[in-house]
Design a protein around this ligand. Structure first.
Ligand SMILES: [Zn+2]
Ligand SMILES: [Zn+2]
Length: 367
């Protein structure tokens, strides 16, 4: 849709922008409670409901490491939800407005509103309208723009909800935070003992494949040997080592951020022109729903990593094979530093422990 946001070094489109979650104007204060899962569906632990608001800065820092070599910044234009027209003020509390406005700079975009079919939230917003707004606010030096929205979203009349979407050609993307809230995990049937990297458990994979009538094969000698050491083994060991220092609220916040960070890197990957990965376990693999989402790795497989290296070092910076090799190492180190920083912030989760260990073992092997 739309014209491709043509990028090259000569166009100066070299910055990835992350939009801060829009503020909620006083005139639409009723929208604030739309971000809270309706209580009858959520876990009984009330700590899960008090997950603090996530800041765009941390996503910016992660993307600086993930897309090492790119400029990454918070979108300077403030974003705010506001009224669209007089129908935006519901007369009674239970009524929903048909539209609300997303204000950006001097402009405002009309966003459709509806009740989610599964009733998980009081209201959800139309994703295509938000994408239109993103295209209108794309800065002239943007390589791509990703908006974070803390309300539930839908894409078409037929779907229940949509967690995120990128229009790679237009280089805009939007990710919602609401559905990734760990408070919904019980309702969604998320298996906490098999989130990445524990999703690589053979018994678990065999059980999932059995539904498709795939008969599991016993592991080969090489598979058994490979599973005893290497980056995946390190990731698994680090993930199960656990960390009891976080309280329930910190743990839920950290888990929530880890899911969103993985989705943000994935959606921006589409803005780099990548389609879903069909080669390996990879951050660019497609997922159908939250259960599959939590099994997705945070790392890029060698194929997708080479694509990103080519886009940044080859296309944007005019580098060659040697520079790409240096970039690959530097990128791993930058990601390791990010994982270590999260630990200091009390934001570590099994995914980050797994990724940090995976990166360390990988770096040993490429030296
Ligand atoms: Zn995707
Ligand atoms: Zn891949």
């Amino acid at each position: 849709m739309g014209l491709r946001n043509d990028v090259s070094a000569t166009h100066g489109r070299d910055t990835l922008y992350i939009g801060q979650v829009p503020e909620t104007g006083k005139e639409v204060a009723f929208m604030s409670h739309w971000t809270t899962p309706l209580t009858e569906l959520v876990a009984e632990d009330p700590d899960h409901l008090r997950v603090s608001r996530l800041d765009a800065d941390l996503f910016v820092d992660y993307m600086k490491a993930f897309y090492h070599g790119m400029n990454v910044d918070v979108l300077p234009a403030p974003l705010a939800w506001t009224t669209w027209d007089k129908t935006s003020q519901p007369r009674r509390k239970a009524n929903l407005p048909k539209h609300i406005g997303l204000a950006h700079g001097t402009q405002c975009t009309q966003i459709r509103v509806r009740i989610p079919p599964d009733g998980a939230f009081a209201a959800q917003l139309n994703l295509n309208d938000i994408i239109d707004a993103a295209m209108e606010m794309l800065p002239s030096n943007a390589y791509a723009l990703l908006l974070l929205v803390d309300h539930d979203m839908y894409e078409s009349d037929d779907d229940d909800f949509c967690c995120g979407r990128a229009y790679g050609g237009s280089r805009v993307a939007v990710v919602q935070t609401a559905r990734y809230n760990p408070a919904l995990d019980v309702h969604e049937g998320i298996d906490h003992s098999h989130m990445w990297p524990l999703s690589h458990c053979k018994v678990f994979v065999d059980r999932l494949c059995a539904v498709e009538e795939v008969v599991p094969k016993p592991p080969t000698k090489q598979q058994i040997a490979a599973s005893r050491n290497g980056p995946m083994r390190a990731a698994l060991d680090a993930a199960v080592a656990g960390n009891g220092s976080l309280n329930a609220e910190q743990g839920a916040s950290a888990l929530w951020f880890s899911r969103l960070a993985r989705t943000v890197s994935h959606e921006l990957g589409h803005c780099f022109g990548m389609a879903h990965c069909v080669y390996y376990a990879c951050n660019m693999q497609g997922t159908a729903g939250m259960k599959e989402d939590v099994r997705q790795p945070p790392y890029l497989c060698p194929v997708c990593e080479a694509k990103v290296g080519h886009a940044i070092i080859g296309e944007l910076k005019g580098g060659g094979k040697g520079e790409k090799q240096v970039w690959m190492r530097e990128r791993c180190v930058a990601l390791q530093s990010f994982c270590a920083r999260l630990r200091g912030l009390g934001m570590e989760a099994a995914m980050w422990r797994g990724l940090e260990a995976w990166l360390a073992t990988r770096l040993e092997r490429v030296e």
